[in-house]
Write a protein that binds this ligand. Structure first.
Ligand code: M6R
Length: 605
């Protein structure tokens, strides 16, 4: 949430910062800004809305300089406005910031009493006033930044730029990710390596509590106790860090289309063609685990909800599941035989990370399923399992969801084998089922034109209801979430059997009801609930396979999926959930990749 970039360059940096911000825009797009120092003078440009507005502002009023910082904002304190946009400036210092300064009210009161004049509603502005006050006392910029950092509480990443200093950026990481890029006679910093992909492949990830002094020649890194420290430099694969739409209209369209390849790649990494077992770190042992605690947010949480069925069915393992923001603030009973499993695409979701830190001292092992192997969640886990989906830029999570399901399915099978619940034959049969997923997902994607037509009807609805039973219930939840976040249509999901306990009162002739029901052991029961909706004139869209559609009889709207083994059905049925949301959003003309109010990586609690 919020993207940060900084460059100490050999040439004008504004154009490069703007390019970096384009790659970071998925982190927030309420406003954006850049500050540079040129001939000793600190100056800045800021604009509300998408980056194109900042780009236009820079055409009219260029910002020269060989050192600068930039920011894309996802508003927390104070709405989107030029005054609230970053960088913020007071006196000789400018700052860009991601995260929340929790003690900003106390600091603001103190600074106001001492004469500081605030011009924004943000928590960030306290940082520049603090630093400026230290500078006024005659200390060096490095000392001013160090003293300022000591006064801040909360989780954040930030960067300071100082008037008169053309060879200096100071940055700090506490709770929010930040990395340093190494060039030749140039240095960079970014919220993630993607921001720096066009500049360098040599990256140093700052550790929790680190702060760093960057000059054109290099970086001096200090830990939370201000001891100078070394952090490893790694070479990243630029191909996996580069992001483009590859001819698709949206990142979401590209990422949905990539799913067969992504799932094949994930499978190849854990159970390549011909292998009879699953290759996982040897320390990952479910045999002595008495309870699996799964924690995540949003779409990743729905992946966990599907996986709960798998761990219970195939591994006989008791599963406790919660959303991270709730889990942390209750008093979960944790024990030394528990394993905790965290799922996150970004690996930086603040709620999930906080939940991980909360359980770590109390459980046997902390495992994560992540897409970004260098992320905080990955680094703080005992075992981190990548889903190999590549960068996911569209705010609506698609390929990460199906890849999370694929890896979780592999884990459930491994757990089943280790715990003696699955015998070798059943294990092998289910593993073979998983190998067929990419092909079936490709077939599901082929139904796009049917879905596009059906979505026209949905695009005119005020509300949409999604129903499913068993593993299809989390799919219904995921379908409703996708529709809400990119089409802005109110959608709800219910376990089909729960409908009659209240929500059926909502059903009338104007309510589209989408039912996920493959022809499995729960099919007849789901279809009975569907009939109850149709008897009340609800407009049902049944998503099933050929057998299911034949058995269901006369249903107003139908979508045929390939017939697939029950085990893998949730992965395949994710595709219509995604495509329905995508095409409904297109019919409504909303911004699919950057829906209002949202950001991709949610690094505030
Ligand atoms: O990066 P994470 O997987 O931890 O993100 C969790 C949620 O914020 C994320 O899944 C969100 O719900 C998506 N926008 C849904 O499409």
């Amino acid at each position: 949430m919020c993207g940060i970039i900084g460059i100490l360059g050999k040439h004008e940096v504004s154009p490069q910062i703007l390019d970096g911000l384009k790659r970071l825009e998925y982190r927030g797009y309420d406003s954006a800004g850049i500050a540079t120092v040129n001939r000793g003078q600190l100056d800045l440009r800021r604009a509300v809305g998408k980056l194109i507005n900042l780009s236009d502002a820079l055409v009219h009023a260029p910002l020269p300089g060989r050192v600068g910082i930039g920011h894309t904002r996802w508003a927390t304190h104070g709405g989107p406005s030029v005054a609230n946009a970053h960088p913020h400036r007071a006196g000789r210092v400018a700052v860009v910031h991601n995260g929340i300064i929790e003690n900003f009210r106390a600091l603001r009161d103190e600074l106001t009493t001492e004469g500081a004049q605030f011009s924004s509603e943000t928590d960030t502005e306290t940082i520049v006033h603090l630093a400026s006050q230290y500078l006024e006392q005659g200390v060096s910029p490095i000392e001013a930044a160090r003293s300022t950092l000591k006064r801040l509480e909360g989780a954040f990443a930030l960067a300071f730029l100082f008037e008169g200093e053309e060879d200096l950026i100071i940055c700090a990481r506490r709770g929010s990710p930040l990395c340093i890029g190494h060039g030749t006679g140039e240095m960079y910093l970014g919220s993630d390596a993607i921001a720096l992909a066009d500049l360098t492949d040599r990256i140093t990830y700052l550790e929790e509590g680190d702060w760093a002094v960057l000059t054109h020649d290099g970086a001096q890194i200090f830990d939370a106790e201000d001891r100078q420290t070394n952090r490893a430099m790694t070479r990243i694969n630029l191909d996996t860090a580069r992001v483009d739409k590859s001819g698709h209209k949206h990142f979401m369209a590209k990422e949905m289309a990539e799913q067969p390849g992504v799932l094949q790649a994930a499978m190849g990494c854990y159970a390549g063609p011909g292998s009879t077992g699953i290759t996982l770190p040897p320390e990952l042992d479910f045999s002595a685990t008495d309870r699996l605690i799964m924690v995540a947010c949003g779409t990743a949480h729905y992946a966990c909800q599907v996986a709960k069925y798998w761990f219970e069915k195939y591994a006989g393992l008791a599963v406790e599941l919660d959303i991270a923001s709730e889990f942390r603030y209750r008093d979960p009973v944790l024990g030394p035989s528990n394993m905790a499993l965290f799922v996150s695409q970004s690996g930086e979701t603040a709620d999930t990370l906080a939940a991980l830190r909360h359980v770590k001292p109390h459980v046997a092992q902390v495992v994560s399923v992540i897409n970004v192997p260098t992320s905080s969640i990955a680094r703080e886990s005992d075992v981190a399992l990548p889903i190999h989906a590549g960068p996911e830029i569209g705010v609506a999570s698609t390929k990460a969801f199906t890849a999370q399901l694929q890896v979780l399915a592999l884990l459930a099978l491994q757990a089943g084998l280790q715990r003696g619940v699955l015998d070798a034959r059943d294990f092998a049969a289910h593993l073979e089922d998983l190998r067929t997923v990419p092909g079936y997902v490709a077939q599901a994607l082929d139904r796009e034109e049917d879905i596009r037509r059906l979505s026209e009807l949905l695009s005119r609805a005020r509300d949409v209801l999604f129903l499913g039973r068993g593993v299809m219930f989390p799919l219904a939840l995921e379908g409703a979430l996708k529709l809400k976040e990119i089409s802005y249509i109110h959608a709800e999901a219910y376990a089909a059997g729960e409908l009659k306990h209240g929500p059926i009162a909502l059903v009338d002739k104007d309510l589209p009801v989408i039912v996920f029901a493959p022809f499995d052991g729960l099919f007849e029961k789901t279809v009975s609930n569907m009939q109850e909706v149709m008897a009340r004139q609800g407009k049902v869209l049944l998503i099933s396979d050929a057998q299911g559609l034949a058995h269901a009889g006369d249903v107003p709207y139908q979508l045929q999926m390939p017939s697939v083994p029950a085990f893998i059905a949730p992965i395949v049925y994710a595709v219509p959930a995604q495509l329905i949301a995508y095409h409904t959003a297109l019919h409504r003309g909303t911004d699919v990749d950057q829906p209002r109010n949202l950001a991709k990586s949610v690094t505030v609690e």
